[in-house]
Design a protein around this ligand. Structure first.
Ligand code: NAP
Length: 246
């Protein structure tokens, strides 16, 4: 179904969990591109890549926009004319909870840079490879091409009951808005775009009190992504495929 996928931020947390799950599928993708900022420090990812020859580790710091062309070229050299089926913009940062009196401009700009600007510009950089994968096929889904933006229920305006959290909340709300626009812009090219809330998960970001473990969240997300169809284009989905309110 899906011959190739690229996931950002794979040295730990949900990115690492997604790579692990994909390698364990009965029919895994032929090529799984896993990006991280520092390959030398990504021991767990390197262990997976040593065992699974379909895992390719690529260095990518998403704040280094000028380096995107190199990342695209590296992926292109492996996939050729088949293109890239799925781009999963997973990497993200969060700041501590802040009320309006405490929030700092630097927190806002830094969080926007990684959580909003990077997924938009990274997707733009990968459009030629996504278009190649989508060309000459019917319908929408991972058999063709898809962009998944890792968002959070915290970015839902409808569900905001706690206030505060300006940097992270606004960056994910903006990512959701970008997801909707991309889904409209790219539909004619046969590229599906959706955003995904992984649940509240025990990672460095989610913390130990989170109810979900990485394995359950990633298992659900892989199943949901594999089953995406036309009706999911522009959707805000939870890990298990449930639609969430904007
Ligand atoms: P995590 O454990 O903190 O991992 C974050 C990942 O993003 C790391 O691989 C990190 O790399 C990478 N990253 C951060 N800044 C980067 C940059 N400039 N360039 C490239 N990579 C960068 O977080 P997580 O829980 O796995 O979160 C993954 C995604 O899920 C995020 O988008 C997050 O907002 C979202 N999410 C998580 C939860 C949750 O409960 N865990 C809930 C909702 C949404 P380094 O190790 O190099 O920093």
């Amino acid at each position: 179904m899906m011959r190739s996928i690229l996931i950002t931020g794979c040295n730990r947390g949900l990115g690492l969990g997604l790579v692990q799950h994909l390698t364990q599928l009965p029919n895994p993708p032929e090529k799984i591109f896993a990006t991280c900022r520092d390959i030398n420090k990504a021991e767990k990812l390197r262990e997976i890549a040593d065992k699974s020859k379909n895992v390719y580790i690529i260095k990518a710091d998403l704040k280094d926009f000028k380096d995107y062309a190199r990342v695209v070229n590296e992926v292109s050299s492996h996939v050729g004319d088949a293109g890239l089926n799925v781009l999963f913009n997973n990497a993200g940062v969060a700041t501590k909870f802040t009320r309006i009196g405490m929030v700092k401009a630097e927190q806002m700009t830094e969080t926007y840079l990684v959580n909003t600007v990077a997924p938009i510009m990274f997707t733009q950089a990968f459009l030629p490879l996504l278009k190649k994968a989508a060309a000459g096929k019917q319908g929408l889904g991972v058999h063709r091409a898809a962009v998944i933006n890792m968002t959070s229920i915290i970015g839902s305006i409808a569900e905001n009951k706690m206030g505060g959290f300006y940097p992270y909340m606004c960056s994910k709300t903006a990512l959701n808005a970008a997801t909707k626009s991309m889904s409209i812009d790219l539909e004619a090219d046969g590229i599906l775009v959706a955003c995904m809330h992984p649940g509240w998960v025990k990672t460095d970001m989610g913390g130990n009190n989170a109810p979900l473990d990485i394995d359950s969240s990633c298992g659900d997300m892989v199943r949901t992504v594999m089953g995406l169809t036309e009706k999911d284009n522009g959707a805000f989905l939870q890990h298990d495929g449930t639609t969430l309110p904007w």
